[in-house]
Each structure stands twice: as C-alpha cells, then as structure tokens.
Design a protein around this ligand. Sequence first.
Ligand code: NCD
Ligand code: ZN
Length: 347
Amino acid sequence: MNELTILKPDDWHLHFRDGDLLQETVPATARCFARAIVMPNLVPPVTNAEMALNYKKRILAASPTPAAETEPFSPLMTIYLTNTTSVEDIKSAKQAGITAAKFYPAGATTNSDAAVSQIDSLYPIFEAMAKHSLPLLIHGEVTDNDIDIFDREAIFIDRNLTKLARNFPELKIVLEHITTREAVDFINESSSNIAATITPQHLLFNRNDLLVGGIKPHNFCLPILKRDIHQQALRKAVISGSKKFFLGTDSAPHAKHRKESACGCAGCYSAWSAIELYAEIFEELSILSKLEAFASTHGADFYQLPRNTETITLIKKDWSVPEEIALPDGNPIVPFYAGQSLSWQLK
Ligand code: NCD
Ligand code: ZN
C-alpha cells in the first residue's frame, strides 16, 4: 500500500501553550487535525468559561487560513478544576460550549500546582458535571512522595478511579495518556462512559528508550514511560480496535534548554509528526486498516460530536523529523522523534 486516505483525524489531548508560541503550535496541529482538545494548564490555569473562550480566541487568531472550501481548524476548550471550582462554573462552562473539564492531581505534572490535592473534595463538582453532561478528563497519577513514579498510574486507578467511576456511572470520563496494563484493563472492564487516549510515545517506546545508554530528556513525559509489558498492553489495546481507545498526542512543547537541563521538563512535542507517528506504529502492528477508527471516529463518537467529513491522505515516503525547530521567540525546540526516519508522510 502506497497511499492511505482516512477521514480527517482529531487530537483529543494536547497542549498549545499561549502567547507567541501559538504561532508555532497551532499551525503544526491544524496541518492534519480538524479539531483538538486543548489542555488548560497555562500559568495561571484556565479555570472558567470566560478564560477558556478568551484563550480560544487567541488560538483561532493563530490558526492558518483554511484552503478554499475546507473547514477551519476548531479548538475544543477545557477548564481546569481547582479547589475553588463551583457548580456554577460547571453550568456556565457547559452553556458556553466548553467541551470538558480537566482534573490534575496537585503536583502531578507541568503547571499543576493550582490543582486539587483531595479528589473527594470535588465530588459535588463531578455530580454537576454528570448532570450537565460535561466530560471529566483525568491525569491519572497519585502524587504521594512515597509512591514510586512507575506505580503512580496503577495506584491512582486502584485508589481513586475505580471508586469515582462507581459513584458517577453517568459521568463520561477519559483517562488521559494511559501508560499501563492496569489502565488498559480498567478501561476494558468499565462501562461505555469511560475511555482513554493513547499517545504515540507510549506506543512506540518503553522506559529503556528513556534511560538506556544515557538519559534521553526528549523522551521524558508524564506519565513516565513504563516497562515493555505495559507498552505491549497499549499496543494490544489499539490492535483490539476497541472504541474505548482513541488518539490523543499529548503534544507538549518545552524549549530545548528546558528539556536539556539538570531538572528537565516533562512533555514531548509531537505535533509536526503526529499522524505519521501513529501510521508508523499501526503499520508495524499490521493494523493500518484500523488507523482511521482510532484517529478519526472513536473520539468523535465518544464525545458525541459529528465525525469529520473531509479526508487526509498519507503517502508512503521516507522523511526525517527535523533535529530542531525555531520557536517564535528564537529559542530552539527539539521535536519528538527528532532526526529519526518515518515512512509515511502527509500529502
Ligand atoms: C504536559 C505538559 O507539559 O503540559 N507534560 C507531559 O509530560 N505530558 C502535562 C501533562 O499532560 O501531563
Ligand atoms: Zn497532557
């Protein structure tokens, strides 16, 4: 097969950042995705509908002009749950067309200091979200100091998520960027209201790719890459073709000097090669025929949004991901998979 045409995909989890950086990140994603769910972990975080709508305007201002007779890129906005989120915030978010609300455990990842330390304290908010049909997006890791970083996702599921799902059967929940066998099992065993996104890095790599032969800061993201058995479980999840798993790149840009540092930031900037990376993996797994469902229909169906009608075409052609990209402020950034070769290219 030398050409693959699929319905235009959507990215159900990414980070655009703000300010000048939008000139870089938004066109990169609009290149091949029709829509993207935009994470709210700015500084300060996007905590209500008004902030989210203003952020949306800034994203739209940075979006490329669509080619004739094609749909413009559409950002789907989220709000960030904090200790001061109110039931009123949820109601107005829904009314304003906000797509979802994001739960970060305090201290779990980049810019999560404003987040909630006790998930139970959000139960009235989850109740309102279920009532108003606002999906809950979860960064599923505990942050207790005594819990090993490689166990944080599995323990979050065990301690928090199982109970949450049981208490709010009507609430739609997406467990974001899953990394473990435990997460795959949890999703498979739960109701159709619960789904998960999977990133390219967690399908392509395991922790050896982070740590063997020297630390590879550009493969450092959270949740951290796990051991091979977990990578294989994620691969099995996409091979299964289950509707409960869909594309979410977690593209998360950090300038080169912030990644290549004594205390390097977590996040992989994968937007410029996103759909091509997934195509590479799906071809390796001999499931290219399942790429369209994973990338373009499962997510839309879960969020009860219309499927895209435009298409994209990938052609079989070797190319290399650039070693560096210049950010609008002049700083370089190293994209995910830099310098490595991919065999599919967007036409
Ligand atoms: C994300 C970021 O940089 O904003 N980093 C990451 O490693 N994935 C935050 C997140 O999604 O955890
Ligand atoms: Zn993320």
